[in-house]
Design a protein. Structure first.
Length: 190
């Protein structure tokens, strides 16, 4: 008879760390290219860093809510409602009208939702110019206003500020911030 093994695994896979690290790495690559005056792909790095910052923001909110409220965390609620719930539960003095939440809320609605849903934008507009126009400006998407090193840095800094505040107020120990697992193996037949 063949040997059979019973493997028991207990784990917590915490994706917010991976998303934040990705945003940070893309931001670092962007700054490296800008410092070396190599503009090749910089707008793509900005776009990717902003996207991962937005994803990480929601993942951090979900992580803290999951740790704090356990099975009561409303995973399917909107980003805005989940943040408001954490503000109330943790008695935070944060406002959507001021940084860091104003930045992250605007990033979520004006950038993340635009690129995540990829809706076409078809319009017919006639403008009058006093000088030779840049005709390619009309092809720029609304989300492209976000593509600057300043926006990338501000969004990332505000993500880290919110993350640190939520984790501190929720009193989540450092040992619980990282993905971890334990496994046991037992021979059940030989």
């Amino acid at each position: 008879m063949a040997t059979k093994y019973e493997v028991t695994s207990d784990y917590e896979k915490l994706i917010h760390n991976d998303l934040t690290n990705c945003a940070h790495s893309l931001r670092k690559m962007m700054h490296g290219k800008l410092q070396s005056d190599d503009r090749t792909g910089v707008s793509h790095l900005m776009m990717a860093s902003l996207a991962f910052t937005a994803f990480s923001t929601e993942a951090v909110v979900n992580f803290v809510g999951w740790k704090l409220l356990k099975g009561e965390w409303p995973e399917r609620k909107s980003f805005w409602k989940k943040v408001d719930l954490l503000i109330k539960t943790l008695e935070l003095e944060l406002s959507w009208d001021a940084r860091p939440l104003s930045t992250l809320g605007h990033l979520h609605d004006s950038f993340r939702n635009k690129i995540a849903h990829g809706q076409p934008d078809a319009q017919s507009v006639t403008d009058l110019f006093d000088e030779t126009p840049d005709i390619f400006d009309s092809l720029k998407g609304e989300w492209e206003e976000w593509l600057s090193a300043e926006h990338v840095d501000t969004c990332y800094e505000d993500l880290k500020a919110v993350e640190q505040l939520l984790i501190a107020k929720a009193e989540i120990p450092g040992t619980e911030l990282l993905s971890h697992a334990s496994q046991s193996v037992k021979v059940v037949s030989a």
